[in-house]
Design a protein around this ligand. Structure first.
Ligand SMILES: Nc1ncnc2c1ncn2[C@@H]1O[C@H](COP(=O)(O)OP(=O)(O)O)[C@@H](O)[C@H]1O
Ligand SMILES: [Mg+2]
Length: 414
């Protein structure tokens, strides 16, 4: 990102000092540009404004730790505790401990041998596209990009098209990326190995790298299969470039494992998902690595109706007008819709408890629950729009840009 873009962003922030999303983009852009100290200063302000998103506590903490900012780190920990950022506090506490240990000159001990906790799910237990509501376009893209090269490799060879490389799904949270990855494995009829970030990350020196390597080894031993890296941004964090060498090593290990694809990785399909594509190291997206990138947008109206019908499939219900409900839930994610159905069901249960009967789920329950659920995709879309406008990462986001240009979305976002 060029200096004048950052300058423009800075001006925008000065003019709108309370716009936390804008400030967040400035902070992240500064990090990407390698201006760590000024970036951390922006994070301090964000923390004061209570504008730091929950999922940023740990990454910012890592950055603060790598750059010797103990005070910021402590404030992050304190704020995380108060906000109840469950997954974050443990890691932040660790970072604080490590920093204090380091400063007092005590060596960190080496961790235990890595185990391989990655479950291999048999294909019959996994999800298929039927369980994923809507998303017809994406299913088609996945079919062409992932399933076809796997099932008809000769076709690709004939046209000199390489079928290797990984696929990265990205988009706002709760819109079905994890579900789609699982269903893709199911559609391919392949076992699914889900590598969760908490299975990999370990505070002991070198253990995270070993865990990640073990996951790939496990997958190679089970090939053909699908290896799924959820929350890729946390593993392939661009800001690690400017952080400690320790963090950088994890990115390097991941690159090595991916580059083995094609030789050792015969029959291994690597899928990844992220809510924070802007945090994914550029190197991950080069040919042969995650070279197929798929945007998973919020479900449109027909997709929402479809998702709702998947969600209420096993619920005793009566006279639900799913189309009407879909029309009343613009920009809802699949997860938001699930929350809506769950809250509706809560109301049914309340009713059953007070009346003694067993009423079915009906429109009035869902309509009553509707005001309690807010669409959670808007923040993400605002943020990505700032990235496209200010951070000059637009090539990465062609599909998003097209999505944002559609009239309906423009109206919702303004
Ligand atoms: N297209 C969909 N069809 C059915 N359920 C969905 C869909 N999208 C999201 N959901 C529901 O929302 C939950 C969260 O989706 P998930 O795949 O974890 O989202 P992401 O990985 O994009 O954050 C799913 O477990 C599912 O219950
Ligand atoms: Mg997910």
């Amino acid at each position: 990102m060029s200096n004048d873009r950052i300058a423009a962003l800075r001006k925008a922030v000065e003019a709108n000092p309370d716009d936390v999303l804008l400030r967040l983009v400035l902070a992240e852009s500064l990090v990407t540009a390698g201006d760590i100290e000024p970036a951390l200063d922006q994070y301090v302000v964000l923390l004061d404004q209570q504008g730091l998103p929950d999922d940023q506590f740990v990454p910012v903490g890592e950055l603060a730790a790598a750059n010797g900012r103990l005070a910021l780190l402590r404030n992050l920990l304190e704020a995380a505790r108060q906000k109840g950022v469950v997954e974050g506090t443990g890691r932040l506490q660790q970072l604080v401990d490590e920093m204090i240990t380091e400063r007092s000159g005590v060596k960190i001990k080496l961790g235990p041998e890595a185990e391989t906790p990655y479950d291999v799910e048999a294909p019959k237990e996994t999800t298929t596209f039927d369980q994923v509501g809507g998303m017809e376009d994406i299913k088609r893209v996945i079919h062409r990009m992932v399933i076809l090269p796997l099932s008809r490799p000769e076709l690709y060879e004939k046209y000199g098209r390489k079928s290797g490389g990984g696929v990265m799904l990205y988009g706002p949270p709760g819109c079905g990326k994890t579900l789609l990855a699982r269903a893709t494995a199911g559609e391919c009829g392949l076992p699914f190995i889900n590598v969760r970030i908490e299975d990999v990350m370990d505070p002991y020196l070198g253990v995270s790298e070993r865990n990640l390597h073990a996951a790939f080894e496990r997958a190679r031993a089970n090939a053909p299969c699908v290896l799924f890296l959820d929350e890729l941004d946390a593993l392939a964090f661009a800001r690690h470039k400017h952080g400690g060498s320790e963090a950088r090593r994890l990115v390097d290990v991941l690159l090595q494992e991916l580059d083995a694809i094609g030789s050792e990785n015969e029959g291994l399909l690597v899928l990844a998902a992220t809510n924070a594509p802007w945090d994914v190291d550029e190197a991950m997206l080069r040919p042969g690595r995650f070279d197929r990138v798929i945007f998973v947008p919020p479900p449109d109206e027909p997709a929402r109706a479809d998702i709702l019908s998947v969600l209420i499939k096993d619920v005793p219900a009566d006279g639900l007008e799913l189309k009407a409900l879909a029309a009343q839930t613009p920009m809802f994610s699949g997860a938001d819709l699930r929350a809506l159905v769950e809250r509706g069901v809560d109301r049914v249960i309340d009713e059953a408890l007070t009346s003694g009967g067993e009423p079915p789920l009906s429109m009035r329950h869902l309509t009553a629950a509707l005001p309690t659920v807010k669409p959670s995709t808007l923040d993400w879309l605002h943020r990505v729009r700032s990235y496209i406008e200010f951070a000059n990462q637009s090539e990465r986001y062609d599909d998003v840009a097209a999505y944002l240009r559609s009239r309906d979305v423009r109206r919702r976002l303004s």
